[in-house]
Write a protein that binds this ligand. Structure first.
Ligand code: COA
Length: 140
C-alpha cells in the first residue's frame, strides 16, 4: 500500500485542505447543501487530513462530544484503504486522549465500512440532509 501521511490540528491550520475535499465529496458529489455542510463545529473540532505524495486526499473531524464526522475520501482514492487508515488513526488519538468511546452518524451505505472498524449500530435509521443515516458507536 502507498505511504500516507496524516496531519491533525485546528480549522485555521487545515481549512484549505478540508474545505476542498468536503466541497468535492459532500457538496458536489452528494449534493448536500452548503448551509448544511459548514457549521460552527468546524471552529472547535480537531481536524485530520491524509496526504499522499503531498496531495490532500481525505479528511475527517473529531468533536468534543467524541463524535467523528465529515469522513471523506476523494472519489479517485476510494477502495485503497485510505478511509480505514484515517479512521484507525482517529481511533488511536481518541484512545490516547482517554475518551470512553467514539460515535458517528453513518450514511447507510458506509455501515459495513464502520462495522469493519468494530463500530456497532445503535437504534433506528433516520434521514439527515435527505440521506439515510444510523448512529454507530465504538466503545473502548
Ligand atoms: N460500502 C461497503 N463497504 C465499504 C464501503 C462502502 N461504501 N466503503 C468501504 N468499504 C469497505 C471496503 O471494502 C474495505 O473493506 P476490506 O478492508 O475488507 O476490503 C473497508 O471498508 C475499508 O475501505 P477503504 O478503502 O479504507 O475505504 P475508503 O477509503 O473508500 O473510504 C468512505 C470509505 C466511506 C470514507 C469513502 O467511500 C467516502 O469518502 N465516501 C463518500 C463520503 C461518505 O459517504 N462518507 C461517509 C459519511 S458517514
Amino acid at each position: 500500500m502507498q505511504d500516507y501521511e496524516i496531519q491533525s490540528g485546528t480549522w485555521t491550520q487545515f481549512a484549505a485542505e478540508a474545505k476542498s475535499i468536503r466541497e468535492q465529496v459532500f457538496i458536489q458529489e452528494q449534493r448536500i447543501a452548503p448551509e448544511d455542510e459548514w457549521d460552527a463545529q468546524d471552529a472547535v473540532a480537531l481536524h485530520f487530513v491524509v496526504y499522499a505524495t503531498g496531495q490532500a486526499i481525505a479528511t475527517a473531524r473529531l468533536l468534543e462530544n467524541h463524535s467523528i464526522g465529515r469522513v471523506a475520501v476523494l472519489k479517485s482514492q476510494r477502495g485503497l484503504g485510505v478511509g480505514r487508515v484515517l479512521m484507525q488513526h482517529i481511533i488511536q488519538v481518541a484512545k490516547q486522549q482517554q475518551r470512553p468511546w467514539v460515535k458517528l452518524s453513518a450514511q447507510e451505505h458506509a455501515i459495513p465500512f464502520y462495522q469493519s472498524l468494530s463500530f456497532q449500530v445503535e437504534g433506528e435509521s433516520y434521514l439527515d440532509c435527505g440521506i439515510p443515516h444510523v448512529d454507530m458507536r465504538l466503545i473502548f
